[in-house]
Design a protein around this ligand. Structure first.
Ligand SMILES: [Zn+2]
Length: 545
């Protein structure tokens, strides 16, 4: 029922198969108001939305007979996939609904919903623990009951996770609901958290739920309807989202784009080329009758959502979702803090990020270097790599720009010189490069992304210290007898590495030598000096033993 084609971070491009048809994810399901529509479901389909969501509870209360007779697809005049929500939102807003969980299940089956949601009890925002616990338990009770009540096989059922901002309750809720054979799972009541831009909390909520749920099932995020949210939501493993934002914002004369929301009154230009924005100017939009402006804004907002979803998909397919996240992190400070939060879950991301990608990685700054591929490389070197047994000297070379290192002219010049001078003793020297990724032993040159990355152009003190400490740790654990550090004055942060390595060698009683601070570390003369230093060290080691 759910097939995944590409994945990156926790995001994936997949296909959800329903009785009406199959649709591609990540997908935004626009909310269709069953009684009043600013954009008709047919128009949504024509714009490219292959799935929508509507409210079963509103239908039940206002159009029960018609919906039961015609079915929800015909009633809405929509040929795509229809998901129905259950009234949980009304429960959250009004505190009560006039129906029962059983009736909501039966009704959704009767009207032919493709994807249906049980009448869960949303935890909401800022509720005390006792209340939150109650919503979790009651939702679980209703979730279990579903499997006694439901009759139709072809309806896909969604199991909502509750608990709100109480993460331990989210965990319990997810663990328990995961035991039930739902087709999809969802995170309930995150709307207020998103409205208040508490994206870092949202990261915790989603990942707490996700890590307890079966990864092979699609995951829905209720109420995420702003394009600025999509890359993050997708990266966290949300396959579908729904929202009425396009219409709500349009009513407030607000214009959505991937970086945020602008007021129509503030717009000098329309930064978009959708069918609406290609034809109209901001003045024309402002001067239109309210309802017409609202309709046009709603259409634009939907196009803006579609465009960002496509960008997310392309990024997943290319393995560049992290880079899209980084670009979006600059649109709002709260997005940046959400991204910083991802560090806490790096192991989870690492597990689901492909081992290698079609294209190399771009590191823009320190933050880029916390992306899962970089973390994975550093960890693997740390945990799994053992230097060759006969190696007694570590030769630390500075980073060079063209990669792979083994084919780099400068590195090759060192290798061939040493090979000439040392002959069979070459095996006693272990060549490694210190890079932004940490230490790269030449034999790991082909391990992704050692040779498949660019940048960053500048490494700050904090990162330099981290890299230096990693290298020092590595030396601390290895069995070298001597370390030779080759300096490149143009690599400023090399000094930090130099100091950390020196300290470790003193502590471990290893022989340490650094080459002179020559302006041209790769000149013929420098390479000759380097080779001489290696010989000297080999002799010293011989004397010592
Ligand atoms: Zn537009």
């Amino acid at each position: 029922m759910f097939e995944v084609k590409h994945h990156d971070l926790l995001g994936r491009i997949g296909y959800i198969k329903t009785k009406t048809g199959t649709f591609e994810t990540p997908a935004l399901l626009p909310v269709v108001n069953p009684v009043q529509q600013i954009i008709t479901p047919r128009e949504l389909y024509e714009m490219g939305f292959r799935s929508v969501i509507t409210n079963a509870y509103v239908l039940l209360r206002r159009k029960k007979k018609e919906a039961e007779e015609k079915g929800v697809h015909k009633l809405l005049d929509y040929p795509g996939v229809v998901m129905t929500d259950s009234g949980a939102y009304q429960l959250l807003v009004y505190g009560r609904v006039e129906t029962t969980p059983e009736e909501v299940v039966e009704f959704q089956e009767k009207i032919g919903s493709d994807i249906a949601v049980i009448l869960d009890v949303p935890t909401g925002f800022k509720v005390n623990r006792a209340k939150a616990e109650q919503t979790v338990e009651e939702t679980l009770r209703r979730a279990r009951e579903l499997f006694l009540v439901k009759k139709k096989k072809k309806t896909l059922w969604v199991g909502p996770v509750q608990g709100g901002t109480w993460l331990d309750l989210v965990k319990r809720s997810a663990e328990e609901i995961a035991k039930l054979p739902f087709h999809m799972y969802a995170l309930g009541s995150p709307t207020r958290v998103m409205e208040q831009y508490m994206f870092d909390l949202l990261v915790d909520m989603i990942l707490t739920a996700k890590t307890c749920l079966p990864i092979t099932k699609p995951f829905h995020l209720f109420g995420a309807g702003h394009p600025m949210m999509f890359p993050l939501a997708a990266a966290l493993g949300c396959d579908t989202f729904d929202s009425a934002s396009y219409a709500i914002y349009a009513k407030q004369r607000r214009y959505m784009y991937e970086g945020g929301t602008l007021r129509l009154e503030d717009l000098d230009y329309l930064p978009c080329s959708c069918p609406v924005c290609s034809k109209l100017s901001p003045e024309e939009l402002r001067e239109m009758p309210d309802e017409e402006a609202e309709r046009n804004l709603a259409r634009h907002n939907l196009y803006a959502c579609l465009a960002e979803i496509r960008r997310v998909k392309q990024a997943i397919a290319e393995g560049r979702l992290w880079e899209l996240l980084e670009a979006r992190a600059r649109t709002h400070p709260s997005m940046k803090s959400a991204l910083a939060k991802l560090n806490k879950y790096v192991e989870i991301f690492e597990r689901f990020t492909p081992l290698s990608k079609r294209r190399g990685l771009f590191f823009y700054d320190n933050f880029s270097l916390t992306r899962p591929e970089a973390e994975r490389f550093r960890r693997r070197v740390k945990e799994r790599f053992k230097p060759p047994r006969e190696a007694s000297i570590l030769l630390l070379l500075p980073p060079v720009s063209s990669k792979p290192y083994t084919r780099n002219k400068k590195v090759r010049s060192v290798l061939s010189r040493l090979s000439r001078e040392l002959g069979e003793d070459l095996g006693r020297v272990h060549l490694c490069i210190y890079t932004a990724l940490g230490i790269v032993p030449l034999e790991l040159d082909e391990v992704y992304p050692a040779s498949q990355h660019e940048g960053p152009p500048f490494i700050d003190k904090e990162l330099a210290t981290r890299i230096a400490n990693d290298i020092a740790d590595y030396i601390g654990k290895a069995h070298y007898k001597a370390v030779l550090y080759h300096h490149d004055p143009s690599i400023e942060w090399g000094t930090t590495v130099y100091l950390a390595v020196l300290k470790t060698c003193l502590n471990k009683n290893l022989i340490f030598k650094a080459t002179s601070m020559d302006e041209k570390p790769w000149s013929r003369q420098s390479v000759e000096e380097l080779s001489k230093s290696v010989m000297e060290l080999l002799n010293k080691i011989k004397e010592k033993t």
